[in-house]
Design a binder for this molecule. Structure first.
Ligand code: ADP
Ligand code: MG
Length: 680
């Protein structure tokens, strides 16, 4: 099987350079890839509906005898219209075809055919327009339907797949060992490949799907476990004294019960367990996760270790650094900031301090995982807004210590099963309580026609001393056609908001510029901050009370909820205004869901239902590789089986000298791309 990936797609009869390019557009570059290009859906011709039972709008297969010869006539525009009547012995049905002069010779009166198509109605009479058909007694009854590109039809793909399957060797090596297949009742690979493309029954489809989904998830789970540095090992970081009470004295406010519980969970992990802490803290935006991180870091530092905290953006790292500077000002804790935009000299000094143990608590961005960073004795690693990081980045930071404790924080509630897969045996603390006095943010959905009123509303709030965010989906509008932050800020500055101070903030700006704008905003020198989603995570400016989002339909619900979480952080009433002209039912439903609840868990659930789990982990670079057939939200049961199987075979799989697992290892490498190379 593996070698088929080395045979270019053009080696298939009938596929030349030109057509080969079309296949490559579908990411099919080899015979192997074509065999693994599974149908999007099927047309089931075996499930026959009686003519009188047909429902308008549904796709159906009808078996019928042609009642009379096909009649032809020209209609408006010179189009050829062929029509025919069929009967199933009880009722009649009209068929219509356009511009196909072969219909008359292909459909013969008195003969029986199968017709497949969507039932429509014309003048109250049901009909099939241009249905597919075949002689009723011939061939396969279930036809695969493939995703197509312009110039390449599903029929053509089907024909090519047939040829590709014929190229499979007589005995292909199944990457899933027989023992696993037997235990989990899975059909063989070759069988599965034939059945997924050319099933003879619905059972064939479900058997094939189950086997292929299992395989994909097994590969995923094995890959993820291999990437993990094993948290079950005994930790070299030993805390002996619990300093939580000292920590509480530093706080300017009283913790919520949920915060306290999470802090105690961490302390008990680090003080009483022999293995390293491996804990996820989930809490809605604004629930006060930062203090949990601070407490864990404080405990480690007081016990003589270093702490590291990684944030996904520079703005957030700086903000955390400032929070901790204030919180720990009366202590002897030495804080350091490490970000990509620092000068080489600044970095060198910080790196030295980290290595010599002169830095106790290091806050930074991805820079923390670069090779040049070496800790003297790393005790705990905290990753903030975990969903923004990949598995790889987390393990890279962990590897800088001798199996240190791990605390991951996320505002995006991750469904339990998915969390288990990504983090392994991970303990979870949930902060389901907001600090007292926290505002419910009122959320409105408007379209362009109300924009002016929205601006006036912003002004009214600014006149009362507040600040506002306007978030755009893109930096500029050149190739997106969307509202671009830069141009938009300029327009607002020159027109509507000319008596106010407007600034722009986006990821393409230099770090020093960004810091400058952010500092001005925090100091209240800026009234309206036009921004991209760089402010999505964590930014905390309590005086800003309005979050206006342009092209709101462009964002995921969880992302919008994050954005909304930037306001409502102070005493004043806060608002979120979603601007969207999208009329689609889906878009409307999603945005309205956001208006109706402030509960991040409810929203995440809705997001999962509507958009699948992709949103939880972002694109490939942030987390999981792309899956071909498995769906993490839908295939939870198979996922559990695959997880169990992975546990059972993990030892053999990791043993590079065990040739029986070569195939699986190759698949892991393929799924994980570059990351997978490490598994070699
Ligand atoms: P998130 O969970 O979104 O990371 P933060 O940790 O940034 O939330 O906290 C949001 C804000 O709430 C911060 O300004 C923080 O100082 C404040 N805060 C946190 N905990 C409490 C508390 N128990 N009482 C009052 N304010 C709190
Ligand atoms: Mg936070």
């Amino acid at each position: 099987m593996a070698s088929l990936y080395e045979i270019p797609i053009e080696n298939i009869n009938g596929i030349g350079t030109k057509r080969g390019q079309l296949y490559r557009k579908l990411d099919i570059d080899s015979v192997g890839a074509l065999v693994r290009f599974y149908p999007r859906t099927y047309e089931d011709w075996s499930n026959i509906t009686g003519i009188s039972d047909l429902t308008v709008g549904e796709t159906a297969c009808v078996k019928g005898v042609l009642a009379a010869a096909v009649s032809e006539r020209r209609v408006a525009g010179g189009r050829l219209l062929s029509s025919a009547q069929i009967t199933d012995g009880y009722s009649h049905l009209k068929l219509v075809f356009f511009n196909n002069r072969f219909i008359k010779s292909m459909l013969k009166p008195g003969e029986e055919y199968l017709f497949f198509g969507k039932v429509t109605a014309s003048g109250g009479v049901k009909e099939l327009v241009s249905p597919a058909f075949s002689k009723s007694s011939s061939g396969n009854m279930i036809h695969p339907v493939y995703s197509q590109v312009m110039g390449l039809s599903t029929k053509q793909i089907e024909a090519a797949v047939k040829k590709a399957l014929a190229m499979l060797p007589e005995n292909i090596k199944d990457p899933i060992p027989e023992s696993v297949r037997e235990k989990y009742d899975l059909i063989g690979l070759k069988d599965a490949l034939f059945k997924i493309h050319f099933p003879e029954s619905q059972k064939d489809i479900s058997d094939a799907r189950r086997r292929l989904i299992f395989e994909e998830l097994l590969v995923l789970v094995l890959g993820l476990s291999s990437l993990k540095s094993l948290p079950e090992k005994e930790s070299a970081v030993k805390l002996t004294v619990n300093y939580t009470d000292d920590f509480l004295k530093l706080l300017p406010f009283r913790l919520t019960n949920a915060q306290k519980k999470a802090i105690d969970d961490c302390a008990s992990d680090m003080l009483t367990k022999t293995t390293a802490m491996n804990r996820l803290v989930q809490g809605d935006v604004g629930s006060g996760k930062t203090m949990v991180a601070a407490a864990a870091a404080y405990n480690c530092i007081k016990n003589g270790y270093q702490a590291a905290m990684m944030a996904p953006t520079e703005i957030l790292a700086v903000q955390h650094f400032q929070t901790f500077e204030k919180l720990f000002q009366e202590t002897d804790i030495r804080l350091r900031l490490l970000t990509g935009s620092m000068t080489a000299k600044q970095k060198r000094l910080v790196l030295e301090d980290i290595m010599l143990g002169l830095a106790d608590f290091v806050i930074g961005t991805h820079s923390l995982i670069s090779d040049t960073v070496e800790f003297k004795s790393l005790g705990v690693v905290v990753t903030d807004e975990q969903h923004r990081f990949g598995v790889r980045q987390r393990s890279a930071l962990l590897s800088k210590g001798n199996n240190p404790h791990l605390l991951v924080m996320s505002a995006t509630p991750i469904p339990r099963t998915l969390a288990l897969m990504i983090y392994g045996d991970l303990d979870i603390s949930i902060i389901d309580e907001l600090p007292p006095g926290r505002q419910i943010v009122d959320t409105f959905l408007i379209d362009d026609s109300k924009r002016l009123r929205a601006y006036k509303f912003l002004m009214k709030n600014i006149d009362e001393g507040r600040q506002c965010y306007i978030v755009c989906p893109a930096v500029d509008n050149t190739d997106t056609g969307l509202v671009g932050a830069e141009e938009y800020a300029k327009q607002l500055k020159e027109n509507i908001f000319k008596d106010y101070s407007v600034a722009v903030l986006h990821g393409k700006m230099r770090a020093s510029e960004k810091d400058g704008v952010m500092a001005d905003f925090i100091e209240g020198k800026i009234d309206v901050l036009v921004s991209t989603t760089v402010i999505e995570v964590g930014v905390n400016v309590p005086n800003s009370t309005i979050m206006m989002v342009e092209n709101a339909e462009r964002f995921g619900l969880s992302q919008l909820h994050q954005l909304r979480g930037r306001v409502g952080r102070g005493e004043a009433k806060s608002y979120c205004i979603l601007v969207s002209n999208a009329k689609g039912e889906d878009a409307q439903r999603r945005l309205k869901a956001l208006c109706s609840t402030n509960n991040g868990f409810v929203i995440a659930d809705e997001d999962l239902k509507l958009r699948g789990p992709g949103d939880f982990f972002g694109s490939r670079q942030h987390g999981l590789p792309e899956l071909k057939i498995a769906d993490l939200a839908e295939n939870i049961n198979i996922l559990q089986d695959a997880q169990n199987a992975a546990k059972e075979i993990m030892n053999d799989f990791s043993d590079k000298s065990n040739d029986g697992f070569k195939g699986l290892r190759a698949e892991v490498r393929m799924l994980f791309g570059n990351v997978g190379q490490q598994l070699n």
